[in-house]
Write a protein of this length. Structure first.
Length: 155
């Protein structure tokens, strides 16, 4: 008999908590912490908005453009925000994601961005969790002395 699959919301909660710990590691250079927090605050607010729209029966505004352009815009959108502002934004978005996702029917197909394939709700939550896990690996690497330019996804 196959082992039961873990609840995607529990996985996301664990990934999010691990990320919050890692991004506040004193071994991280401040520029890395700020850059990563701006990126994740932008994306997690987007996930929250997308899931909230679906939970309320609305059509979400889906991001368009290349990831490179979207990520540059994310940095600009939060350029003036420091850690003190970004951490609460990220935590608020997490609460919204968890609450809204629970209201979205499982078979709902959710787009990640225009031009990408949509995901069923649980798979979408899995992609969000993996986004945090990817950044967690990045932050752990940097905190342990890996050169920042070895992390291509973050350019």
């Amino acid at each position: 008999m196959a082992a039961p699959r873990p609840d995607p919301l529990l996985r996301l909660a664990a990934s999010f908590d691990a990320y919050l710990t890692a991004v506040q590691d004193p071994a991280l250079p401040e520029r890395v912490r700020d850059h990563d927090l701006r990126h994740m605050a932008f994306w997690h607010a987007y996930y929250a908005d997308t899931l909230t729209a679906f939970a309320s029966g609305q059509t979400p505004e889906v991001l368009s453009g290349t990831y490179k352009v979207i990520n540059r815009n994310a940095q600009r959108a939060h350029a003036e925000a420091g850690v003190e502002a970004l951490l609460p934004r990220l935590q608020t978005a997490q609460g919204t994601v968890l609450a809204a996702a629970a209201q979205v029917p499982a078979q709902t197909m959710i787009p990640y961005k225009k031009g990408s394939r949509p995901y069923a709700r649980d798979a979408y939550i899995g992609v969000v969790a993996e986004h945090f896990d990817m950044h967690l690996r990045y932050l752990h690497g940097i905190a342990q002395g890996a050169p920042e330019d070895t992390w291509v996804f973050h350019i």
